[in-house]
Design a protein around this ligand. Sequence first.
Ligand code: DGP
Length: 114
Amino acid sequence: MADTIFSKIINKEIKADIVFESDKVLAFRDINPQAPVHIIIIPKEEISRINNFNSKKHSELLGEMIDAANKIAKDLKIDDGFRLVINNGEKAGQSVFHLHIHLLGGRQMHWPPG
Ligand code: DGP
């Protein structure tokens, strides 16, 4: 597994405020929240970025990440409106090269994003 900060969170080598965990998926509060609710949802399997997504291998896993997003949104009472974001590559703002979905909510969102 590539040694990103998220693999350290998966391995419990560094602490995170975990809001959901299953065999394959982990979710925790973002250290630098951009909304009242800002959760990072990651696969425990290391996929560096969405460029490397392979539907034959990863569809079920991505489905579990979306299921987790819906469950967390409901648990945290933002299921009436939230945003899911995947940044792919530095140009899109990706800073941690372990695939993750941002779940943002708890405020009015605007479009287009910056
Ligand atoms: P991105 O820029 O799309 O790669 O998002 C990475 C996010 O990860 C960013 O919003 C900040 C968050 N993050 C980075 N390091 C840590 C950490 O050590 N703990 C937590 N909870 N979040 C982190």
